[in-house]
Write a protein that binds this ligand. Structure first.
Ligand code: ADP
Ligand code: MG
Length: 314
């Protein structure tokens, strides 16, 4: 086995996804230690970056989610300290954390994503629902774990303004997106550049189609089907577009693209929601599930991701 030297596992952090990151990080740490790696936890919320500098880590596994973990900031610190790290670099992380910047890039590259409108406090909300052709989803541009997201069936009683206020608690920048009523899929991706490859798709069937924070992490009544039971030709097409969506952002190492399938008379159309550059690695998590369908257990996956740790600026 490769000798990775002293390895840091970054976990916790100070984003709203701290609790999830603690679960991810502990699972990663345990898997690494189980494979004889000299792995140590590092929580940037509790520990100073000077400690990181003095840690002697030869590389780090980033198991942080959200701001200050998935958004390019900690990646920038690691670049500066010259400590190779897992996953995407500064630039791709900073792009992908912002769902709207990502969508703009995707549209430019011809990658399908639901239609959207940016919302401002003084926006006239009525035309938004009309423009988007019906029910919408209101989201902060930069949160994860379905935090601050509201589905709005109609604006009959000013529901959009409420959803806007809720999303604004998490980010000053908010947008509304066409609500896609259809099957939900996610595509895990490993590697980078020409070597990026999709793992088998997962279909997510949440109670009443609500794949929210509770259903994601704390309940057991969401069904996950992997490989997703869809037509193989369609599955391949979705995997291809997800890999393209990942590479166009410049992601590397690992990631996960969330997808809705919009039913149309001429067949289901995949619409891409977002790219996660530091996805969950908990017992419930999706990338490990997809890896398992490929014959890779949790520790194999962690080692594969760790083996590709690198610096962006060499
Ligand atoms: N446009 C949409 N149409 C239907 N459902 C959506 C849409 N956007 C988000 N959702 C639902 O909300 C969940 C979270 O949205 P997502 O954009 O992936 O943000 P995050 O996972 O960062 O919170 C999705 O997994 C999906 O269940
Ligand atoms: Mg998501």
């Amino acid at each position: 086995m490769t000798d990775f030297g002293r390895v840091g596992v970054l976990l916790g952090g100070r984003s709203s996804e701290r609790e999830i990151s603690l679960m991810s990080g502990r699972a990663v740490l345990e898997a690494l230690r189980g494979r004889g790696i000299d792995a140590h936890p590092f929580d940037p919320y509790l520990q100073s970056l000077t400690e990181l500098e003095r840690s002697g880590f030869k590389r780090v596994f980033i198991a942080l989610h959200g701001r200050f973990g998935e958004d390019g900031t900690i990646q920038g610190v690691l670049e500066t300290l010259r400590i190779p790290y897992t996953g995407s670099g500064v630039q791709a992380s900073a792009v992908a954390i912002d769902k709207l910047v990502t969508k703009r890039l995707w549209v430019w590259a011809g990658i399908p994503t639901p239609a959207w409108r940016e919302l401002e406090a003084d926006s006239d909300f009525d035309p938004v629902a009309r423009d988007l052709g019906g029910p919408v989803v209101v989201k902060p541009r930069t949160e994860g774990s379905t935090i601050g997201i509201t589905k709005v069936a109609s604006n009959a009683r000013g529901e959009l303004a409420h959803a806007f206020t809720e999303a604004r608690r998490y980010d000053s920048r908010v947008f509304a997106e066409e609500l896609v009523v259809g099957r939900e899929l996610t595509c895990a991706i490993l590697g980078g550049g020409a070597g990026a490859e999709a793992l088998p798709l997962i279909e997510i069937r949440a109670p009443e189609g609500n794949y929210d924070y509770q259903n994601k992490y704390f309940k057991d009544d969401t069904q996950y089907l992997c490989p997703a039971p869809i037509d193989p030709a369609l599955a391949q097409r979705i995997q291809r577009v997800c890999v393209q969506a990942y590479t166009v952002v410049g992601a590397r190492g690992w990631g996960r693209v969330d997808v809705m399938l919009k039913p149309r008379p001429d067949g289901d159309q995949p619409l891409l929601l977002e790219l996660n550059t530091s996805p969950g690695m908990t017992g419930h998590s999706l990338v490990p599930m997809a890896a398992r369908a490929r014959g890779m257990d949790f520790a194999d996956l962690v080692l594969r991701i760790l083996s590709e740790a690198t610096l962006e600026v060499t």
